[in-house]
Design a protein around this ligand. Structure first.
Ligand code: SF4
Length: 998
């Protein structure tokens, strides 16, 4: 039976009333509040100790409003309902209170001191910047607990302070010292005395430094005292105060509030409303609670039989117990349970996220339902997980890069963020910027330019040269983009950073890049900009606190991590609220699904504070594990008893495969309710028959254009595997390239080719000098060559090394090759060979007959690394290909020259059209590969080159084979996927031909 609201007495005493937190709780509360309004003939002030039930209470007051005529018009106004936090903020004359330092100012004040004492950071394992900011937060939280512990003892002092506006902080510190010493002495055994002493010393020092009249803890009591003062002055027309304790208070809060309410009752009626667990508790701890010492209370006989009666009357038929074996099955089971409720027409559903991951997964699965279901996440969606925060983060990652420049991944992550306005950055029309980032990505990946501004510039410049050769437009806009970002990155490197100038610079960057404008158009973006405002310390003492850039960035990230993102509500046919168990308190839902009811996650305890053990917390009268346990038992009882339909789901196997049982509370219920059984959630299975995959064979579509030109590498692909050629060259499909781990030699390989070309040009010039030593004797020539190669190598690699220090290893490896390379060159010269030219584009027209008997022509063309001529044998010439490979690999290559006939193609091209290679009067009779990675171990003469045997004899065979292959291709006969495993291993088309599955 609900207890009726007390008759308001004229005695200046707090009156108590309680409601049963069952399905009728809000109705009982509304009836009581209206009764109070009627009796007092005034509009009561209702203060809820937690904010969760606020909307529910207001709605219930409206729903159960007395009929017109039963109440006087002046009382018909809805009673004023506020959460405790809102009530404090609305205190009379709050503007006169000492100014509250922002959270950020308090963090910085601690952080600055932590920085001065690295020893402190190492004690608490917080050496990193992020760790130090986390430690600063913990110190503040601990200081607040200490301040709260002081409040009852200093209550009188506080009241005097409010009147006198003066704070005797010295006296406070002494009182705290005594109290801490006492609590520490009681809490910790003598053995851990040393550590505890360090902790207490640190905390006391910070508390001494931090405490100020503006602290939230003290401000709270100023606000409460201000209300007291108002009640004192308005005694003639008192408004009743209804204090609703929606959750068990901490012992310290309980004591403070008791004292405050009795003071208030001197001036106005005060009704304290508590929750009566008599008819709701399903377990003894939920009914008895814990005592002043923080220990569980014993049940009386009457209470024990009451719990039994509660269990006997429990509507367990409305509770479904579902177990799922795997995580994914659990998420699906939760999703299906919610879908079933929606189909049954339920509109207001709660998903209690004891298992946050499973709740998130269920949320993702439910997003299939589209806008008809409004999903509200109340579990505290972190702001730093939003897309808007990722955009800001991408810029922070970029500016924190070393002065050589960021990694390509960091650069591309920033450029690809959707909030960036590239057109505004480089002041070009938006249409000129379409595809710009994709182009840059292609260039950087193709040249494996992984980090450093100089590397990026080189990659783009080389792409520009290539584009110029191909008569394509150069990538000038890309250079502008790089310049824009580099200038800002440089400005951050040069900044003598303090909080104020860093904040201003970041804001300017966000403006210049157009990110700020884009963020304003987005809900998460607006919240991010608001959170960023808290970093503006322009009127604070901390604005000129100097920091290193990583420290400051870490601060921003910590601020973003601490901020929550509130989703914008929207109209929908049904609402799903994802919330923690505590948020279901005094709220009504059509159905509740609890996910994560296993023994590990229900009950769930908050992280223990860094500084205080549970025993110390108990002595400081703060929140303890037992109190959290009791509160959750009560919340869970309330949920089961008051909600019409509850689904309890848990994962019955842990990640390690160990069986997981349901929560002990559920097991205890099952023991009392034997017919309440768990159901195993079965995933929906679909049957189908697999078709075995067969070897991939393609027949070219009639409208697929046939190739009119072919490069040596395309021809090699055709020889390797016709299907590979089809995918690569006819369909033009390429695997999306990525940056590989470690330094790739693409740009370095290009640099090697370029430096060798420059070296030989320099040698030619030197040879023409009349008095040059290179013509004098072989030793002088050797020395000049070695020196020139070293110098040119350093020069050619300089920018690459500036961009990425790892390239230095590649340069040094190459420099070790130089003496052996010069040996090889001198030996060639002794045999009569002279460098002629390099990187010549050569090709020939292949004439063939197609399947219809028509004469066709295909251009076979490529770029040869180098041509040499022989001064001793008159008209002989040789084509050379540099390979950045070991001799072993080159030997393997030489075993199948006709399948990889790159050198034969160049030889035929140069012989058919000598002018194109500037080889008039010369014939290519020789070809060789030259290794730039020869084995130059000490005392060993390196083999550097490998000659293609019998070029002249091979040439007719090669030409015949080439013609046949091209005729076959043009005949549109089926192209099959067929190649040895060695080829398939690195084949990009493997995902398409599905080799390995047939
Ligand atoms: S994986 Fe092998 S069989 Fe398949 S396309 Fe590539 S080379 Fe041919």
């Amino acid at each position: 039976m609900p207890k009726s609201f007390p008759v308001i007495s004229q005695e200046a005493q707090v009156q108590s009333w309680s409601i049963a937190p069952d399905a009728t709780a809000l109705e009982q509360l509304a009836a009581g509040i209206w009764s109070c309004a009627g009796q007092a003939s005034a509009r009561p002030i209702v203060v809820l100790s937690t904010a969760g039930p606020l909307i529910g209470v207001r709605a219930a007051l409206e729903k159960y409003r007395p009929k017109v005529g039963d109440i006087q018009p002046q009382k018909a106004f809805l009673p004023q309902v506020m959460s405790f936090g809102d009530w404090l903020e609305a205190a009379p004359g709050i503007w006169r209170f000492p100014q509250k330092p922002s959270d950020l100012e308090r963090w910085i004040s601690v952080y600055v001191n932590l920085r001065k004492h690295p020893q402190l950071k190492s004690w608490f394992k917080a050496e990193s910047d992020a760790g130090a900011w986390g430690l600063a937060q913990s110190v503040i939280a601990a200081c607040d607990i200490l301040s709260e512990a002081m409040i009852p003892q200093l209550h009188e002092q506080l009241n005097q302070l409010i009147q006198s506006q003066a704070l005797d902080s010295e006296a406070w510190i002494k009182a705290l010292q005594v109290m801490l010493d006492r609590t520490i002495a009681q809490a910790y055994p003598a053995l851990s005395r040393k550590v505890v002493d360090q902790e207490s010393e640190v905390l006391l020092t910070f508390w001494r430094y931090l405490s100020g009249v503006g602290d939230g803890v003290f401000r709270k009591h100023f606000a409460m005292a201000a209300y007291l003062g108002l009640a004192q002055t308005n005694q003639a027309t008192p408004r009743p105060l209804i204090w609703v304790e929606t959750a068990d208070p901490k012992p310290i809060d309980h004591e403070v509030m008791e004292r405050y309410l009795s003071n208030y009752a001197q001036y106005a009626p005060v009704i304290k409303v508590t929750l009566d667990w008599q008819t709701v508790a399903l377990w003894p701890e939920a009914l008895a609670g814990n005592n002043e010492l923080g220990e569980l209370k014993e049940l009386s006989e009457e209470q024990a039989s009451q719990v039994k009666r509660n269990l006997a009357s429990a509507r367990y038929q409305d509770w479904r117990l579902l177990s799922a074996r795997r995580f994914e099955e659990l998420a699906w089971a939760a999703t299906q349970a919610i879908e079933a409720h929606l189909i049954a027409g339920k509109k207001n559903i709660a998903l209690v996220a004891q298992d946050r991951l499973a709740a998130r997964r269920a949320r993702a699965l439910l997003s299939r339902l589209g806008p008809a279901l409004n999903i509200r996440d109340e579990t505290g969606w972190k702001l730093d997980t939003t897309r808007a925060a990722a955009a800001l983060n991408s810029w922070l990652e970029l500016i924190r890069a070393p002065k050589e420049g960021p990694t390509a991944s960091a650069l591309l992550a920033f450029l690809q963020n959707p909030y960036l306005d590239i057109a505004a950055c480089i002041q070009l029309p938006p249409e000129a910027c379409i595809g710009l980032v994709a182009q840059l990505e292609d260039i950087l990946i193709a040249s494996q330019a992984k980090s450093g501004w100089e590397t990026f510039y080189m990659a783009i410049e080389r792409a520009n040269v290539y584009a110029g050769n191909q008569h394509n437009a150069a990538h000038e806009a890309l250079l502008k983009v790089l310049q824009f970002i580099r200038a800002r990155h440089y400005a951050w490197q040069e900044l003598n950073l303090h909080c104020a100038n860093a904040y201003a610079m970041l804001q300017k960057d966000l403006e210049d890049t157009g990110i700020a404008r884009a963020l304003e158009k987005d809900s998460a973006g607006q919240q991010l900009l608001e959170t960023m405002l808290s970093l503006d310390l322009h009127s604070s003492d901390y604005q000129f606190v100097a920091m290193r850039l990583p420290e400051w960035i870490s601060l921003i990230k910590t601020v973003m991590e601490g901020a929550s993102y509130a989703e914008a509500g929207k109209e929908a046919q049904a609402t799903l609220s994802i919330l923690p168990l505590s948020s279901t308190r005094l709220r009504s839902f059509d159905a509740v699904v609890v996910v994560g009811c296993d023994e590990q996650q229900l009950p769930a305890f908050s992280e223990p504070p860094l500084f205080f053990s549970d025993a110390l917390n108990r002595l400081l009268r703060a929140s303890t594990i037992t109190a959290q346990y009791v509160q959750q038992a009560r919340d869970f009882s309330q949920l089961l008893v008051s909600c019409a339909s509850v689904d309890l789901l848990w994962q019955s196997k842990s990640k390690s495969g160990e069986p997981l049982r349901p929560s002990a509370w559920i097991q205890r219920l099952q023991a009392e309710l034997p017919s309440w059984k768990a159901v195993i959630a079965q995933p929906t299975l679909y049957e189908g028959k697999a078709q075995p995959i067969k070897q991939s064979v393609t027949t070219l579509a009639a409208d697929l254009p046939m190739p009119l030109s072919m490069s040596p590498s395309a021809y090699k692909a055709l020889r390797d595997c016709p299907y590979k050629y089809y995918v690569r060259s006819l369909l033009g499909l390429r695997a999306a390239k990525e940056f590989e781990d470690g330094f790739d030699a693409s740009l370095a390989g290009q640099s090697l080719h370029a430096l060798l070309r420059n070296f030989y040009q320099a040698l030619k010039t030197e040879e023409q000098q009349v008095h040059s030593l290179v013509n004098a004797d072989i030793q002088a020539r050797r020395e000049w060559m070695e020196q020139a190669l070293l110098t040119i190598s350093e020069k050619e690699f300089k920018r690459l090394v500036e961009g990425d220090r790892r390239v230095l290893g590649t340069l040094r490896d190459w420099q070790k090759q130089i003496p052996s390379f010069v040996d090889w060159q001198l030996q060639r010269e002794a045999d009569g060979w002279r460098y002629h030219n390099a990187e010549q584009k050569v090709g020939f027209d292949l004439h063939f007959i197609d399947v219809d008997g028509m004469e066709r022509m295909m251009r076979i063309e490529g770029r040869a690394d180098r041509f040499d001529i022989n001064v001793k044998s008159g008209h002989s010439a040789e084509v050379i290909d540099y390979k950045n490979q070991s001799m072993t690999k080159m030997k393997k290559r030489s075993e199948h020259v006709l399948d990889d006939p790159q050198l034969l193609i160049y030889a035929r091209a140069a012989n058919e059209n000598p002018a194109s290679a500037h080889l008039q009067d010369h014939e290519i009779k020789q070809a060789e590969w030259v290794s730039l990675k020869a084995d130059v171990k000490r005392g060993k003469k390196a083999q550097r080159s490998l000659e293609v045997e019998s070029v002249t004899e091979l040439m007719p065979m090669f030409s015949e084979q080439l013609t046949k292959d091209i005729e076959k291709l043009w005949s549109r006969k089926p192209l099959a996927a067929f190649a040895p495993d060695g080829v398939c291993q690195y084949c990009e088309a493997r995902g398409i031909c599905r080799k390995g599955m047939w």
